[in-house]
Design a protein. Sequence first.
Length: 382
Amino acid sequence: MNPEKLVHRINSYYLFFVRLDLAFSKPTEITPVALLKSVGGLDGLRRYTVPYGYLLKHRIIPETTRSLLQDEAESIRQEAMIAKLDGKWYAPVMARYRNHLLTVRARYDSRGWKGEDTRMKARSITLNLRAARRLCETLDAIGVQMIQQTTPEMLDKFFMDYPGLAVSIRAFVRYLNRKEKLFQRLRLKTVARSVPEGIFLPREKSTALIQAWMTPTDETLRQSLIGLFMLLYAQTVKNCVRLRLDALIQRADGRYRIAFGRAEIHLDARISAILDRYLNVRQTLVALDHADENPYLFPGRQLGSHLSAESVSGWLKKAGVSSDQLFATSIYNAYQNGLRLPKVLVRAFGITDTTAIKYLNMLDPRLVMEIERKPLGGGDEP
């Protein structure tokens, strides 16, 4: 070794041997876990690569693999993480979650998924625990005192604040649903934070579609209703085809009420008239299926089932639009017409908090610019 480097390193190397001498009475006692604890974990061992390699090369200490050392280092980190949570209400949940992950990893190992083929590394367990801890800390900050008080809305808010933890937190949500006794099942939907180019329909196109769907023939009543639900009420194809008859309530004035989300919506009088026409001629698509017995608003080609999403996507394609375009344009029109509270869309249309907030964050700057460009009086724009 270069003499100048040796002068700087000999003291630290000497301390390495002193630590081993104080921690172990003989070399055979040097296990991976004990070694890592004595030198300050895997990072500490990296600083002593040269003397540690010397001991291994001359077989002075028992040989071990790098992967085993990494696993043991992660195990130490996990234990330290759980220990720091002592006194917190979520400490027992975290401990049970870690035991669950270790059980899953042991199951993979027993079936041959080891080494390079392992399907759950110790590092992955550490990352999952960190994401779960962050979620629990967030819940604790808003007054939650037990994991059973967690709601899907809290998860959506957490996902918006920490999008990078989406993969890790899903593992924790699956564990909570399967192992912890929750009052309601938790769901975490994936929502893209951006929208594709050209997703919003031009005003001329959307206006033409509304006019065509507002004046349907008897043969196009079903398509027109679905199109209006999607373009005016931000409903997806799946939600439209799964609408049930018992979701409709007709008022004394002939208008219909329907619950797309948590709140009932009073349909426009013109749409109610179209819906009334459709119900009078509503038929099933299967000979043995009777309209009075099929519970769905739009019966499908299987007995007692609803219309397939593929059928709707097919005629939308012929119309030159997609379901994504209708959905995005509907939300855009809602914000453009003065809506500024995402929770209104969530309650009325049944979309997620994440989706509502995403569109608001994206569209609001555009709307502000449009408003600022409008003249205050009757003059020309600046």
